[in-house]
Design a binder for this molecule. Structure first.
Ligand SMILES: [Fe+2]
Ligand SMILES: [Fe+2]
Length: 298
């Protein structure tokens, strides 16, 4: 009896319908966009992966020869794959193959990073590769794989979900970069250390806000003003951090500040901030189109 009442109430009351039913549908990727976005991500991330192999290699204890050799091999593989990305023609089949090969290679490197992290936190090896840095670069590998897999499936998540997921991923990355910078600067660089920590705290707030929005709106019906503001706040913060990193890079290269940051690492984090900004623009363009479509309907 109770069940019957419950099921009849279920179908007539709109407040009892799962709100996920009103989420915007997944979109499909056009051929041109598939090629453009795939090649851009491959060129960017393959260089990043190559540099991760180098940074890890530099951070090992000298006696861990096997691990050093393994990172050297990854460095070589990624360099070759990066060259392939630049040589791949604008053709769907060729790009799909490039994506598949890249996913295989990155999967191996992701596993290596994750296993390495376990060795480090279980005190099985020593060296200078911080656990959070290894976790950070493992997440970057996972993000890269995820992105290419979606491209090969021809799927584009609804704009709202894309903005939420991209921001949750990248804001954490930006927060961690700020903390890494603060700990690799010499502590006598008092003002720069304070500024880097301030960036970290600001990004932590933005990250938590993005996670709140994720909890409220992921896979729900479009709420574009909130989503647009989230993306805008990230753009402002990421632009400021990019400028700080860029200025830091110049100071490091000209030996004006005391630090243990390799210029290549400083450059690496500038490029990642620029890539995030690029992603924000791509998402913002898609959002604009969606908003215009909505206006025409109403
Ligand atoms: Fe990185
Ligand atoms: Fe990073």
């Amino acid at each position: 009896m109770v069940n019957q009442n419950f099921s009849s109430m279920d179908s007539s009351n709109p407040m009892l319908i799962p709100p996920e039913k009103f989420a915007a549908p997944k979109e499909s990727l056009t051929e041109q966009l598939f090629i453009e976005r795939s090649l851009t991500e491959n060129k960017f991330w393959l260089r990043i992966m190559k540099e991760h192999a180098y940074f890890l290699g530099e951070g090992f204890n000298k006696k861990d020869k096997q691990l050093i050799q393994q990172t050297d091999r990854f460095h070589q593989f990624f360099e070759e794959q990066e060259k392939k990305a630049y040589q791949t023609p604008n053709n769907v089949t060729a790009v799909r193959k490039l994506n598949e090969d890249t996913i295989q290679l990155v999967y191996g490197f992701r596993n290596f990073k994750r296993n390495l992290l376990l060795l480090i936190i279980n005190c099985k090896i020593s060296g200078f590769n911080f656990p959070l840095l290894v976790d950070h670069i493992a997440r970057e590998a996972e993000y890269f794989m995820r992105t290419l897999k979606k491209f090969n499936e021809g799927i584009l998540d609804p704009i709202q979900d894309s903005i939420i997921k991209e921001n949750v991923f990248w804001l954490r990355i930006m927060m961690e970069h700020s903390r890494f910078i603060a700990s690799l600067l010499d502590q006598s660089e008092r003002n720069l250390v304070i500024t880097a920590r301030k960036f970290a705290d600001d990004f932590e707030v933005l990250l938590n806000q993005a996670r709140d929005v994720e909890s409220m709106l992921y896979k729900k019906s479009p709420t574009y003003p909130i989503i647009g503001k989230l993306n805008q706040d990230s753009e402002n913060a990421a632009t400021e951090l990019r400028n700080f990193k860029q200025a830091g890079l110049e100071l490091i290269k000209s030996c004006q500040i005391r630090n243990v940051i390799e210029p290549l690492l400083a450059d690496h984090v500038v490029r990642e901030a620029n890539h995030f900004l690029n992603m924000i623009h791509v998402l913002d363009e898609r959002l604009k189109v969606k908003k215009e479509e909505e206006q025409k309907k109403s």
